[in-house]
Design a protein around this ligand. Structure first.
Ligand code: ADP
Ligand code: MG
Length: 146
């Protein structure tokens, strides 16, 4: 499915609608260039899980775990990963096949490790449609009701 947002709030609302329905064991992969709105999206998603803490990208670790929501939330940022071995070392499988929801920014960098049933979310700009326009493609989920 393809969605169109025209401001950060609409992106957050879409992310919240997706997060509201997230189930244990799901893996969400978020892909898009720097500045496209991945953090905006992630914050909306985390909010829908009931996480009140401010969710920003983990800076010094590959994964940051949040436990105060309705489900454990495992937030990955794999931008700096150079070797999939780094994922092995942190025991990524416990997160991807665990009791919580895994959310992976820059997942295309570790495509080979992503479970086939994962939900992929691609965000992109289209400057012809305005500075704040974002096209958000969601693969692996039905239509998102907002
Ligand atoms: P990323 O994490 O992908 O690098 P950020 O979420 O940090 O990007 O930043 C996205 C920027 O784009 C923010 O400054 C946000 O206000 C702005 N923005 C403008 N329009 C949108 C939109 N439709 N959806 C999301 N962010 C938008
Ligand atoms: Mg970001």
């Amino acid at each position: 499915m393809e969605y169109h947002t025209h401001n950060p709030r609409q992106t957050q609302e879409l992310a919240q609608a997706i997060g509201t329905k997230a189930r244990a064991g799901q893996v969400f992969c978020l892909v898009g260039d720097l500045g496209v709105g991945k953090t905006v999206f992630t914050k909306g998603f985390a909010k829908a899980l009931g996480i009140r803490e401010d969710v920003t990208s983990p800076t010094f670790t590959i994964v940051q775990e949040y436990r105060q929501g309705r489900l454990p939330f495992y937030h990955f940022d794999v931008y700096r990963i150079e070797d999939p071995m780094e994922m092995e070392e942190i025991g990524y499988e416990d997160y991807f096949y665990g009791e919580g929801v895994a959310f992976v920014e820059w997942a295309d960098k570790i495509r080979g490790l992503i479970p086939p049933e994962a939900v992929w979310i691609h965000m992109e700009k289209d400057l012809e449609r305005g500075l704040d326009y974002r096209r958000i493609r969601v693969e692996g989920l039905g239509e998102v009701e907002q």
